[in-house]
Design a protein around this ligand. Structure first.
Ligand code: 8GT
Length: 141
């Protein structure tokens, strides 16, 4: 099974985070799901360089990765990944484009789990904001 290292930017502006919706994909389990912007790290590339490159490519936006927020190991039916999320302050210029996504929104941490995330991202959110996951679990019980 193919394994990739994937970096994702959790872009923060005030108390909200940037959530992006993927395009349709041949794999139903990631098709049109919500994710954080980013992509695969190429051989000999650092996480931070990969993040800067991917966000430039898919949003024409200049984002600089800050501290690592959380790492998730996840296996989908056809491939596996190590997903590393970095916290990033939103640049003052927020004129990004949707070159590879179909939608976006800025949500507070306690609102994020209302979206239909990829399974890896749902796990990442629970790991990064455990209080939000606990609160949501409590509401459901
Ligand atoms: N960018 C991104 N990808 C994610 C996240 N969560 C997650 O499971 N993935 C998966 O990780 C893989 C990243 O691939 P990608 O398509 O975004 O990146 P890429 O442009 O480098 O890949 P490509 O050149 O093969 O198309 C996809 O299979 C995607 O579904 C996430 O939060 N952000």
């Amino acid at each position: 099974m193919k394994h990739s290292r994937v970096v994702a930017a959790v872009v923060k502006r005030g108390d909200r985070y940037l959530c992006m919706r993927r395009c349709r994909s041949k794999y139903a389990y990631i098709s049109e799901k919500w994710e954080f912007p980013g992509g695969k790290v190429e051989p000999d590339e650092s996480d931070r360089d990969a993040l800067r490159r991917e966000i430039k490519e898919e949003m024409d936006w200049d984002v600089c990765a800050g501290e690592a927020l959380a790492t998730v190991e996840y296996s989908y039916p056809d491939f596996s990944l190590t997903l590393v999320a970095y916290l990033c302050e939103a640049p003052a210029d927020d004129s990004f484009k949707l070159l590879e996504h179909t939608d976006y929104c800025w949500l507070k941490a306690d609102e994020m789990l209302s979206l239909d995330w990829t399974a890896a991202d749902a796990e990442l959110i629970r790991l990064a904001w455990p209080e939000v996951a606990a609160e949501r679990h409590g509401q459901k019980a």
